[in-house]
Design a protein around this ligand. Structure first.
Ligand code: NDP
Length: 278
């Protein structure tokens, strides 16, 4: 396992690309000054990975934040996603161009299929493979793909996805899926690591946080990283963006890693990839 060292630390994807293991999520950050500031504060704090999507309607703001930051574009790992209504071959190519234009960038570091839309995702994947070969994306991946979606995709894919971004927190662990992805060389990544904020009200996390003299957010993110899972906590508040990334001065014991793992109850905060209608 890669050592977890600092905010610029990376996991290596199956094509050799280095992906920073802690990034900033921007779902529900408003396009405009809110997201511009979040991105600038994160980069200033040392984050080198930003996760957006066309459906978040804030790619322009993310692009502005990157442009206004003194950090060179080449040092930032920028991720976006193709939305469900754009899936299909030609439509994905167009959606990709539109995302780049809104971001004001000429390449992406990672582009994901946002959801496994039945009957569409294989054509979408073919478009991602094309864009990857054109060197317009450094890595390609999926999101919300259960094992059967991945198995189906892999029957036709020329390229194995580099990443699978899934809902992941102590209430929805899906260890079998993590193990399957690892065996295939697909990097697992957590969305909603804080259950969209619900973790902060649960007493069990308060106890663990006190034990380590860290915040609940820091304990959860450290657990992600020690499990080898890339994580993208969202905040639009400067103090939280800075504090959430302060996870490199402690280690969770293997015993407490198990405690967190065993909280799993397959309880989702967001939609179920096997049963969504959008
Ligand atoms: P998170 O689990 O990251 O939780 C975000 C919430 O927690 C916000 O309300 C935020 O509020 C609050 N918060 C953050 N830090 C703290 C703190 N230290 N103390 C108290 N509250 C805090 O939710 P997201 O759903 O946003 O997930 C993270 C990212 O994952 C998204 O932003 C997006 O990039 C990605 N994602 C991907 C999906 C997919 O389908 N692929 C689906 C959903 C998310 P505030 O901003 O006010 O600080």
């Amino acid at each position: 396992m890669t050592a977890i060292t600092d905010l610029k630390g990376t996991f290596t994807l199956n094509n050799g690309i280095e992906m920073p293991y802690l990034g900033l999520g921007v779902y529900q950050s408003e396009n405009g000054q809110e997201v511009v500031d979040a991105v600038k504060w994160a980069l200033e704090a040392g984050y080198r990975h930003i996760d957006t999507a066309s459906i978040y309607n804030n790619e322009e703001g993310v692009g502005r934040g990157i442009a206004e930051s003194p950090i060179d574009r080449s040092e930032i790992f920028v991720v976006s996603k193709v939305w469900n209504s754009d899936q299909g071959y030609d439509t994905t190519l167009k959606a990709f161009d539109a995302s780049l234009k809104r971001l004001g960038l000429d390449y992406l570091d990672l582009y994901l299929i946002h959801w496994p839309v039945a009957g569409k995702y294989k054509e979408t994947w073919r478009a991602l493979e094309y864009l990857y070969h054109q060197k317009r994306i450094r890595a390609i991946g999926v999101s919300n793909f259960m094992q059967h979606h991945l198995e189906d995709l892999l029957t036709d894919a020329k390229i194995t996805p580099m990443v699978n971004q899934m809902e992941f927190h102590p209430y929805v662990v899906q260890q079998d899926l993590i193990d399957f992805c690892r065996a295939k060389g697909i990097q697992y990544e957590a969305w909603s690591p804080f259950m969209q904020g619900k973790v902060f009200g649960l007493p069990i996390f308060k106890e663990l946080a006190q034990k380590y003299n860290k915040s609940i957010a820091q304990v959860i993110l450290r657990w992600d990283l020690q499990k080898g899972v890339i994580t993208i906590p969202k905040s639009s508040k400067k103090e939280r963006i800075v504090a959430n990334a302060d996870v490199f001065d402690f280690e969770i014991s293997s015993e407490d890693m198990m405690v967190l793992d065993n909280m799993d109850r397959n309880e989702r905060t967001g939609p179920d990839p096997d049963n969504f209608d959008f």
